[in-house]
Design a protein around this ligand. Structure first.
Ligand SMILES: [Zn+2]
Length: 247
């Protein structure tokens, strides 16, 4: 059986001398693992669009449990990301998150759209890196089924609730948070940004501005929320953080 689908390569593994196993986040068929034979030869017609972060139109043959790449037409290769180690590391973290968090048998159209937008903003540098990171983390974990409830205090409903619980994924006001562990105080700017990311229309989720120190705090909160909710330690995040520490 043959399928044709746009997809973003979120993982690649070399096999033998000339082949690769690709993990492709496709628009309509979920996450597909596909063998790409011979693509590490220079003369292979598929060598251009079969690397990590390539977004291409793939023609895949499906036989029993195995997919093979028959053809790949590049759409966007995000080539410039490969020249900046920090941006490349962050892009790899986005890919690892998508791989880990995209539910099986799930149509990941919105997750793919999120990743493509974030890679686009990393490439053209038109948004602060911490904003791109925070939006990607909070929106991705929400799409994966762990959307926090940020409407008000989870106990009494009070609007002025500024303690965010990582494990509960909700807010508490000062009075109701006395016995709740693992909370962090989010200032009104951060809370407005978090609400914007999860409650706005998709086309607007990156469109907000906050001071750089708040963007940094926001990025730390969303990163921890992903880590607590997914119960997973992302190696690509550790690598990214080791690089930015050196700046
Ligand atoms: Zn309360």
């Amino acid at each position: 059986m043959k399928i044709q689908t746009p997809g973003l390569i979120i993982k690649e593994t070399n096999i033998g001398e000339n082949d690769k196993l690709l993990v492709i986040l496709t628009k309509e068929h979920g996450i597909i693992r596909a063998f790409a034979d011979g693509v590490r030869r220079m003369k292979s017609k598929n060598s251009a669009a079969t690397s990590l972060l390539c977004y291409a139109d793939f023609t895949l043959y499906h036989n029993k449990d195995t997919y093979k790449v028959s053809d790949s037409v590049p759409i966007e290769l995000f080539f410039d990301l490969r020249y900046n180690l920090e941006e490349l590391a962050l892009a790899q973290y986005f890919c690892e998150m998508a791989l880990k968090l995209t539910p099986e048998e799930f149509e990941p159209t919105e997750i793919l759209r999120l990743l493509l937008n974030s890679l686009h903003f990393l490439t053209n540098k038109s948004k602060p890196v911490n904003i791109v990171k925070a939006v990607t983390e909070l929106k991705l974990i929400s799409l994966a089924g762990f959307m926090p409830n940020l409407t008000g205090c989870a106990v009494c409903g009070e609007d002025e609730a500024f303690r965010f619980s990582y494990s509960e994924g909700c807010l508490f006001c000062l009075e109701c948070s006395v016995d709740v562990k693992d909370t962090t105080v989010v200032n009104p700017t951060l809370l407005a940004a978090m609400r914007h990311i999860i409650y706005s229309e998709f086309s607007k989720i990156y469109s907000f501005e906050i001071p750089e120190n708040d963007a940094e705090l926001l990025s730390l909160i969303t990163e921890r929320y992903v880590s607590v909710q997914s119960e997973y330690k992302f190696k690509t995040l550790d690598f990214y953080k080791s690089l930015i520490k050196g700046i």
